[in-house]
Ligand binder design. Structure first.
Ligand code: CA
Ligand code: CA
Ligand code: CA
Ligand code: CA
Length: 345
């Protein structure tokens, strides 16, 4: 029993003589070197990131904003029962990376192992820029797989099987992760876990036993978006017009002038023949937006997004308006359809 506890609580390097694990991990190392479709089909431990509300994506709105995420270790054995799968140790890094454009933002990550995964040997991981080339955003963990000292480590000192069982999977919330925005850009940033590559980067149970063919992989990532540049798109074939604001406060106005539909989004202006436009979809996104539909504009679908938005749509046509999060107000026709509209003027 003492040996067992020692193995679970000591740094992974010290556990290397645990023969069963070593055998299993030699096989695992081979499986990782020849990462193939077969090994991916045998996912047994994956580490998912989710926003505190459960979703996988969020819109950045401001410098100083803190995006709170949960880190979930998800174990799946071969049988149909999740309740006999467990986890003891997970080590790795958390990285932010630019996915599109210049990324949503610059920001710094920090991790905290959660009970019972905060036992002896657990560590938050070193906060440092792991990107190459450096992107000025601080990540958590290490690029040096030969040295465990800087990695994030969740350790329970025992196998934990009391998780959230769903079908064949058992999920364990092993840490909280926070991304603090330091600068706003224009694009999408991805936050993901990266397993440590070492002799024993994780210890878990499948179907009440140590896995024979272990597979330890990053699972779901979180994507963050900040939109700095608005867009107006028109599909001439379908007549569909799309208007998208930015993640900040926008003034969006659609009106009819000399037979044209004229669209203004802040300083951007476009116009199309009124008769060519058959459908209108407007996204305000975050920020306190002001969205106005003038007389003669056809019924539109409006999603004002986060922020306290104001919508004027007495265009004598039936609009479908979702105020989104925040406290929203509208001047609308009595027959307009509305959701999340706290004040109707
Ligand atoms: Ca906006
Ligand atoms: Ca908004
Ligand atoms: Ca809103
Ligand atoms: Ca209307």
């Amino acid at each position: 029993m003492l040996d067992f506890l020692k193995r679970l609580t000591e740094p992974a390097e010290a556990s290397i003589h645990a023969r069963a694990h070593t055998r299993a991990w030699r096989r695992h190392a081979r499986a990782c070197q020849f990462e193939s479709l077969e090994s991916r089909q045998l996912l047994s431990l994956t580490v998912d990131l989710r926003l505190s509300g459960g979703s996988q994506s969020a819109e950045i709105t401001a410098v100083g904003q803190k995006i709170k995420m949960d880190v979930w270790a998800v174990v799946r054995g071969k049988d149909a029962k999740g309740a006999n799968d467990g986890v003891a140790t997970v080590t790795g890094s958390f990285l932010s990376s630019i996915t599109t454009g210049t990324g949503a933002s610059s920001g710094n990550l920090s991790a905290t192992p959660l009970a019972p995964f905060n036992a002896l040997g657990s560590q938050s991981g070193r906060v440092q820029d792991l990107s190459s080339p450096a992107d000025g955003s601080l990540d958590v963990g290490s690029n040096d797989n030969s040295n465990g000292g800087a990695f994030f480590a969740a350790r329970a000192g025992k196998y934990v099987v009391a998780g959230t069982v769903k079908g064949a999977c058992n999920s364990f919330r092993i840490a909280s992760l926070t991304y603090t925005v330091t600068a706003l850009h224009d694009g999408v940033t991805r936050i993901a876990f990266r397993p440590r590559t070492s002799a024993i980067p994780a210890i878990w149970l499948e179907d009440n036993a140590e896995p024979v063919t272990p597979s330890f992989l990053a699972g779901a990532a979180v994507t963050l978006r900040y939109v700095r540049t608005p867009s107006i798109t028109f599909n001439a074939a379908t007549g569909a017009l799309g208007v998208q604001g930015t993640s900040a406060a926008d003034t969006i106005r659609l009106g009819i002038s000399s037979g044209n539909l004229v669209i203004n989004v802040n300083t951007m202006t476009r116009s199309f023949a009124k008769t060519a436009v058959k459908r209108i979809s407007i996204l305000g996104m975050a920020g306190n937006d002001r969205i106005t539909l003038g007389k003669g504009v056809i019924g539109a679908t409006i999603d004002a997004g986060a922020g306290n938005d104001t919508i004027y749509c007495r265009n004598s046509a039936r609009d479908t308006v979702d105020g989104g999060d925040g406290i929203n107000s509208a001047q609308m026709d009595t027959f307009d359809k509305r959701t999340r509209m706290q004040k109707v003027l």
